[in-house]
Design a binder for this molecule. Structure first.
Ligand SMILES: NC(=O)c1ccc[n+]([C@@H]2O[C@H](COP(=O)([O-])OP(=O)(O)OC[C@H]3O[C@@H](n4cnc5c(N)ncnc54)[C@H](O)[C@@H]3O)[C@@H](O)[C@H]2O)c1
Length: 439
């Protein structure tokens, strides 16, 4: 069965969630295009979620997203609707595309809706037991031809395959957030995979215009394998710094070092807040279990969770408080888990950290800078010649982050340095890969 045939009936499970809703938009559009070409065929996209309430808001979200994408591809859509002479204005073409896209969609809470699906995207919560239970139930309602693409961030795919009894009909298809915008998909192919599924996964990537990076089937894969260890390094540095600078001060310092001094889009604690402290912890738990590595934990994370300070996003996309307190999505305070309260940012710490070298350029400016490699090289060379607390912490962090990347290759998680760098630059928007010559 080829991809076009599989596209006739697709299901997304966890469709009302952050990832599921984005995947649903991507797939619905592809199905609408196929429907236009093959008028005699019926296409169905089943959007399944346990939460009735969340499903209620899904169509409004999808409509807004589909309109946004349609506006950007109006030239393509004009060609697609060439024979519809009644459609003149852009808005008429966009509305026709929205109608066609929505005509394939059915929403509901029953897994049984997926029974005729030949392709199922799983994007439910990152919990092994729930994922296995849902995959098993789906396997019972679907035929043995159904292929499963799981969006798990950390659970080994071979383990899910074995526990759910899918006989090689599952692949890790790790979209990044938000799936509509992010080009990267980490593809995790377990040794048990059926060849037809790995071929379909590659073709799907081309169809969705995604950049596929292969990762081996090791808990955490490349993206979270790097992110969690990078976060743990910063957490361990806090232990070292807090006696001199206070707990909140140490968090501020490491957040600033990782953002400004390492020229990243956001500081490490802002990133953990963005992902959710509980999500960060659940990824660590999965990695600890499957890798047998007890160092993948941190007492401060446990303490934040016990105090129910979790970060994460509200449904409208705004940032909830976590390690940092946010006003209009900007950090304005730091959580002190010992005092159990937020304290204001102590700007005197900037003096202690020291100034950035004169040739520093912020992440945003480098994003579009054609000579960014040269600029970064000059900047890090200057940093090496700077004797400040900030420079010292940044250079150690840079070396550690490189080691984490190299170890991912050494331990067989990634096939090459290039793949590690590709995941961090595409998936995490870094302007340089962790494995570099700057350190
Ligand atoms: N959020 C991210 O940045 C991100 C990035 C890449 C991968 N992931 C992975 O994607 C998956 C989903 O993450 P998310 O952030 O979208 O989570 P989410 O909490 O936003 O969405 C999960 C959805 O699954 C639904 N759900 C839970 N149990 C269900 C069940 N038994 N049957 C049907 N629906 C069920 C929930 O109602 C919810 O709508 C996880 O495996 C996560 O690790 C997340």
């Amino acid at each position: 069965m080829n991809l076009d045939e599989r596209f006739e009936n697709v299901s997304v499970i966890g469709a009302a969630g952050k990832m599921g809703s984005g995947i649903a938009v991507l797939i619905a559009q592809e199905m609408a295009k196929l429907k236009k070409k093959n008028k005699d065929k019926i296409y169905r996209l089943n959007l399944i979620d346990i939460s009735e309430q969340a499903l209620d808001g899904l169509s409004g979200y999808m409509k807004a997203q589909i309109i946004r994408v349609a506006e950007k591809s109006i030239v393509f859509l004009r060609e697609m609707y060439e024979e519809r002479k009644d459609l003149v204005e852009n808005i008429e073409i966009i509305n026709a595309f929205v109608d066609d896209t929505f005509s394939v969609i059915r929403c509901g809470t029953e897994l049984g809706m997926a029974k005729n699906s030949k392709l199922i995207f799983e994007a439910i919560a990152e919990n092994e037991d729930i994922k296995i239970k849902v995959l098993k139930s789906l396997d019972e309602v679907c035929g043995k031809e159904t292929f499963f693409l799981t969006n798990t961030s950390s659970i080994p795919i071979g383990f899910l395959d074995q526990e759910a009894g899918l006989d090689g009909r599952i692949i890790g298809y790790h979209f990044y957030n938000p799936p509509i915008v992010q080009k990267l998909v980490e593809v995790i192919t377990p040794t048990t995979i059926q060849k037809e599924l790995s071929d379909i996964a590659l073709e799907l990537g081309k169809r969705l215009r995604k950049k596929l990076v292969p990762a081996n089937d090791v808990a955490g894969f490349i993206g979270n394998g790097h992110f969690t260890r990078d976060g743990l390094y910063a957490l361990n540095e806090i232990e070292r710094l807090k006696d001199n600078y206070s707990l909140a001060g140490a968090i501020y310092i490491m957040n600033r070092i990782s953002q400004d001094f390492l020229v990243r889009p956001m500081g490490i604690f802002q990133l953990i807040d963005y992902v959710g402290i509980d999500v960060f912890d659940s990824i660590l738990k999965v990695m600890r279990k499957h890798l047998g590595d007890e160092t993948l934990r941190h007492s401060l994370v446990n303490s934040m969770i016990e105090q129910k300070v979790l970060g994460g996003q509200r449904p409208d996309g705004s940032q909830k408080d976590g390690f940092l307190k946010y006003e209009k999505n900007r950090p304005v305070g730091i959580y002190d888990a010992e005092k159990k309260e937020y304290v204001p940012i102590n700007k005197d710490l900037d003096t202690k950290i020291g100034a950035l070298p004169d040739n520093f350029k912020p992440w945003k400016a480098l994003l579009t800078e054609p000579t960014k490699e040269e600029k970064l090289s000059d900047y890090f060379a200057s940093l090496k010649g700077t004797k400040t607390l900030g420079a010292e912490l940044a250079l150690s962090y840079l070396a550690e982050t490189k080691k984490i990347g190299e170890d991912l290759v050494k331990e067989g998680v990634a096939n090459s340095y290039e793949d590690v760098n590709s995941v961090l630059t595409n998936g995490f928007y870094w302007v340089y890969g962790p494995i570099n010559e700057y350190v």
